[in-house]
Design a protein around this ligand. Structure first.
Ligand code: AMP
Ligand code: MG
Length: 342
């Protein structure tokens, strides 16, 4: 993350439009883009009162940087997750902040409910595959069966314990919050924007937060997983929502002509191969953890496949769109009513 500042300078596109309403209240429209948490973030919202839009953006940026650097990253030494991973094997465990404890408890519950299809304890496996770096080059090696078996041996949500504000990890186990970081950020963004901005949209990689006044519509394009610069279709909805998409086009590399992507199946230790190209989950914002859950579910459904995945997602009240390997799609009933396919 050392070159984040450089990325920032090149990626920040600021555009603030100032409008004066009939009763003299200044309305500002803010559009910003930045690289945060290793992914492209963009926001769009309206604020009332001069200078408020920029102040809010500063707060949103700082919140993303702090969340990654101080809590969720396994790469940044200062982050709680990195410190917890370094404590693996210790009998005393490691103390967790109140905030992280809430996220971990929810993650463990989703792991239990999805039978480990979503599992934050796959750190050794994700580091072994190291797909983030191989994706930058486009090619790389496949770990050996022995290496995969060893990484799986020290993975598994059942092996960790969260008790009395402490977490206990066995030797060799590493936490990886990569599948839920953006969803967690969106929960925080919602709290920041709720009373201060109108018609806000925050997009963080494959996860989106929409905050709209009652009855106001939004439309969101769903990436075509076969051609990611194109849109497969559009989802139209109202009010507040979290939308999370996981797909095999996001991070991948090739080895011996085969594609290896970043969503791993804890049963095989290999990239999930369930007949799915991408999964989109839509949830309301009623429960404070729905940002995290929608992000976790898009990953879990991708691993579980259509039948089981939809069953689990529906239990959370989530709407699901699955684009299959053959290009056809499945949508839950309400999702179907929100969909316009191009
Ligand atoms: P997402 O793009 O939200 O589906 O998250 C994928 C990221 O989560 C990967 O880059 C890994 O860091 C991590 N990950 C991969 N497979 C899993 C899994 N089965 N459960 C939880 N996290 C995973
Ligand atoms: Mg996810």
């Amino acid at each position: 993350m050392q070159n984040r500042r450089l990325l920032k300078i090149s990626a920040v596109l600021a555009l603030a439009a100032v409008l004066l309403t009939g009763c003299g209240i200044i309305k500002e429209e803010t559009n910003e883009t930045d690289i945060l948490m290793g992914t492209v973030f963009s926001v769009k919202y309206t604020t009332e009162g001069a200078g408020k839009g920029q102040k809010l953006w500063n707060e949103l940026e700082q919140t993303g940087t702090n969340l990654d650097d101080k809590i969720l990253s396994w790469r940044s030494e200062e982050a709680e997750i990195a410190k917890i991973n370094a404590s693996a094997g210790s009998e005393e465990g490691y103390p967790v902040s109140e905030e992280l404890e809430k996220y971990l408890a929810e993650c463990i519950e989703v792991s239990e409910r999805t039978g480990g299809a979503f599992d934050i304890t796959l750190g050794s496996l994700t580091q072994l595959w190291n797909i983030d770096e191989k994706a930058l080059v486009g090619e790389g090696n496949i770990p050996s069966d022995e290496e995969i078996a060893k990484a799986l041996d020290c993975s598994g949500y059942k092996k960790i314990r969260l008790e009395d504000h402490r977490i206990y990890l066995p030797e060799g186990l590493g936490l990886d919050m990569g599948a839920v970081g953006k969803g967690i950020y969106l929960q925080k963004a919602k709290d920041i924007l709720e009373d201060k901005a109108l018609q806000a949209t925050v997009s963080a990689g494959g996860s989106i937060l929409l905050c709209r006044e009652d009855g106001v519509f939004w439309r969101v394009g769903i990436v075509d997983p076969f051609n990611p610069s194109q849109v497969y279709g559009t989802i139209k909805g109202r009010g507040n929502a979290y939308i999370s998409t996981s797909g095999d086009y996001e991070r991948f590399f090739f080895a011996d002509g085969e594609k290896y992507h970043h969503i791993l199946d804890s049963k095989t230790g290999f990239p999930a191969d369930s007949g799915i190209k991408s999964v989109t989950i839509v949830m309301n914002t009623d429960y404070e953890m729905n940002g995290l859950i929608s992000d976790a579910l898009s990953t879990a459904v991708f691993v579980l496949g259509e039948e089981l995945g939809v069953l689990h997602a529906k239990r959370y009240g989530a709407e699901v769109l699955i684009i299959r390997n053959d290009g056809s799609y499945y949508a839950t009933d309400k999702m179907q009513s929100m969909l316009e396919i191009d």
